[in-house]
Design a protein around this ligand. Structure first.
Ligand code: ADP
Ligand code: ZN
Length: 731
């Protein structure tokens, strides 16, 4: 089949829209014709909707009823490789194409004409009367005449009020004009001086740069302890991409929290990268989308959805902290950005770097199997060494039931404070206390809509459901027995730990960090920067502090409850605990002072705790891999989760049982189905949830089988079905 690249006026074209229809629709090409891949506006019933010309029309519809494309939008057509990426990602995740297209068009006003703003230049005339302020404005324009200033910028640069500038406009000394708002990003310079790499780092950088220069696909697992210089290494791979005139994408898990990273990029390349995430303004999102599509954004730093930006010439994707669970999108389109990065790179001949101190078992296994190249940075940069690890056996500490810092940990923290060093207490639980119990009747306050307890947040003075986000004021009386003053917090959260620390060390400066305690990501970012410069003696934090921040003066990390992650029934529980503990421990001893990490545990002989203490990662991975192989679960087998949800439990089980019985399509590929069973969280936002699990061999053609199997079900009423390929969380 020859693929036609241009359609003349009146030719039939097939247009994929973002509307949830089963298929692409035929339209007639507009006056002036349109390209394959063009972004277009088409009529759909009474509405105008966004679409992409996906191919020639199918011609299976009454030609007289076919309408014209309204207009071709002013945006570069979607490239063949992007269309192919969306199709393959849709097939892999069993997602309808319109939903994929929505991911790829997540910028507002794509079809609008370029939006304009006023900018100011030197005009032809001289002002009638020269004042100091006026002179400063004209001097600024003379000095930086090749830049375009907005009114605010110009006034600020010249140190005058905007009325001074307006006055000069009135006299023709300054000229006001419209200029497009979507301006290109500043060029990056790959040849600014880089840090002098260590031998390890240089070998890694060299290998990555070669892959980039060859313009072929390849994935590299870049493994190295925190602080070993992984970032330095992949910055050099980015430099190679820039030199080749291609584009690079860096995915980060906690995009809003990585000020340090942006500063480093700017130092290395002399310009700011594009920053893509949900917190970016609408205008900025639109600007990035358009500039990426025109090849005028060379480097994008983004959250997982940046993977769907319209890169023209992508040469490298870095997935930093590749093991991070936030790469899996758990709502809407269920995709894993790490895996989709590999898919996208394979299609467009780009390199992928998966960077982590504690890789996922999936990536570790792919490297073992020779599918990924593996590069190891074995030591920390400079004098810093890995922290000494130790366990505190809580069975011998005789701690009161409402206290969490053991005497041993207390004295270790005090020693650090005396030396003027920082200590961190880590607990992976937001809020004040996970349980609110009535001491009169034993009732525990739960969420009205979910199968979950409400968590007290004293800072907000509310009870919050961590499942659905619903909150209510802390009641005076027990909602079950009406007893007043009997509600008591049970168990620790980060806020309560902060309270305990304040009582233990009244003179210390204590900073409590939890994602929900700051009004904005910016405020949290600022707080972390201040702490890293020494604004606190004791840092009390949740997971937010485990991720990649630099605290040079931190020499002790105390993990309050190392057993917390070991209790789940999740197949990745051991892996997650191992990763998290290693990451937290990696916060200590980044600069000259050596660090120590102490784990409070009631089961010091647990294999995961022992592996963490021994620091023997390869042994941990090998043991974990052997166990999963034995059980035939990922990454050595394939899994899919099917969640049926709806208002009526009985109806859900009927549907689930029906599916389980009609498992012919699954059996045809050797797959097995388990369930239906109540999902681990059996009710969310008032909807009941029932789950089936499908297990298959690694080589089975699972997607096709699943599509045929699920396709048998007629969804009645308000019943919904979601298929999750490679489920990460088992909730
Ligand atoms: P990772 O990404 O592995 O955590 P980084 O790249 O952030 O490690 O490096 C940790 C610190 O060491 C950073 O402050 C970095 O600038 C510094 N560093 C790493 N390698 C070098 C080098 N070769 N020369 C100078 N500083 C380095
Ligand atoms: Zn809830």
């Amino acid at each position: 089949m020859t693929s036609q690249e241009f359609f003349d006026h009146g030719n039939l074209v097939s247009v994929l829209t973002t509307q949830p229809l089963g298929r692409a629709l035929d339209y007639k090409a507009p006056e002036g014709g349109c390209h394959l891949g063009a972004f277009v506006e088409v009529p759909l019933g009474p509405r105008k909707v966004l679409g992409v010309v996906w191919g020639p029309g199918k011609g299976d519809y009454d030609i007289n009823k076919i309408r014209h494309v309204i207009r071709v939008l002013d945006a570069a057509p979607m490239r063949a490789e992007m269309r192919s990426f969306l199709e393959r990602a849709a097939a892999y995740t069993l997602t309808p194409m319109p939903a994929m297209l929505r991911l790829a068009t997540r910028a507002p006003g794509l079809g609008d004409p370029p939006s304009m703003r006023k900018v100011y230049r030197r005009g032809a005339s001289e002002p009638e009367r020269m004042t100091d302020a006026r002179r400063r404005v004209l001097q600024t324009l003379a000095e930086y005449g090749d830049l375009s200033f907005t009114l605010k910028e110009l006034a600020e640069m010249a140190g005058v009020t905007s009325s001074v500038v307006k006055g000069l406009v009135g006299q023709g000394a300054v000229f006001e004009e419209d200029s497009p708002r979507d301006v290109p990003f500043q060029r990056m310079d790959p040849d600014l001086p880089s840090k002098e790499l260590t031998e390890d780092q240089a070998v890694g950088a060299q290998a990555l740069a070669e892959g980039v220069r060859a313009q072929t696909y390849g994935t590299t697992l870049l493994r190295g302890v925190t602080g070993s210089g992984k970032t330095e290494v992949y910055l050099e791979a980015i430099a190679a991409v820039l030199r080749a005139g291609r584009q690079a994408l860096v995915l980060l898990p906690e995009i809003a929290l990585t000020e340090q990273f942006f500063t480093r990029v700017q130092e290395r390349f002399g310009a700011k990268p594009a920053e893509w995430h949900s917190g970016a303004t609408m205008t900025e999102r639109r600007r990035i989308w358009r500039m990426v599509g025109q090849g005028q954004a060379q480097l994008v730093i983004g959250a997982r959805s940046a993977l769907f930006l319209p890169f023209q010439n992508l040469g490298l994707i870095v997935v930093d902290e590749e093991h991070d669970t936030s790469y899996k999108q758990e709502e809407g389109v269920l995709y894993n950005a790490r895996d989709m990065a590999v898919l996208r790179a394979a299609i467009c001949g780009a390199q992928v770097v998966l960077a982590s101190a504690t890789p996922s078992l999936e990536s570790w296994a792919n490297a073992e199997a020779g599918k990924y190249r593996r590069l190891d940075l074995t030591s920390r940069f400079g004098p810093a060494v890995m922290p000494t690890m130790g366990a505190i056996d809580m069975r011998g500490e005789g701690l009161a039931s409402d206290k969490w810092v053991s005497p041993t940990l207390q004295s270790e923290v005090s020693k650090r404070l005396e030396k003027g060093e920082q200590a961190m207490l880590f607990i992976n639980r937001r809020g004040y206390a996970p349980i609110t119990l009535c001491r009169a009747c034993g009732h525990q306050i739960g969420c009205d809509d979910c199968d979950a307890r409400m968590v007290e947040h004293r800072f907000l003075k509310r009870l919050v459901c961590h499942q659905c986000g619903e909150s209510k004021p802390m009641p005076e009386a027990c909602p079950s027995c009406d007893a007043v003053g009997k509600l008591a917090p049970v168990g620790p959260g980060v806020e309560r730990l902060g309270e305990e620390a304040t009582a233990l060390w009244p003179d210390a400066r204590i900073a409590t960090l939890s994602s929900d305690m700051y009004g904005s990501a910016r405020a949290l970012k600022a707080e972390i920067a201040a702490i890293s410069e020494g604004a606190a003696d004791i840092i009390i934090g949740t997971q937010v502090v485990a991720k990649g921040h630099n605290f040079p003066n931190l020499t002790l990390v105390g993990v309050i409850d190392a057993d917390l992650g070991l209790m789940g029934s999740d197949l990745r529980a051991a892996e997650r605990t191992f990763q998290l503990m290693r990451q937290v421990a990696g916060r200590a001893g980044r600069a000259e002072a050596p660090g120590t990490a102490l784990l409070q545990t009631y089961q010091p002989e647990h294999p995961v705790i022992r592996a963490i203490l021994a620091g023997d990662e390869e042994a941990f991975w090998a043991a974990e891999a052997a166990e999963r192989k034995q059980a035939g679960v990922p990454p050595y087998g394939r899994m899919a989760g099917i969640i049926l949800s709806g208002p009526d439990v009985a109806q859900l089980f009927d549907a689930g049982n029906l599916l389980a019985r009609q498992d012919g399509p699954l059996r045809a590929v050797g797959a097995q189905v388990f369930g239906p069973a109540p999902a681990p969280i059996a009710r969310v936002r008032g909807r009941h949830r029932v789950r089936l699990l499908v297990k298959a061999d690694k080589t089975a053609a699972l997607q096709d089988a699943l599509a045929r199997w699920v396709g048998q079900l007629r969804l009645k009423g308000d019943l919904r079905i979601a298929v999750d390929i490679d489920p990460q969380s088992f909730y």
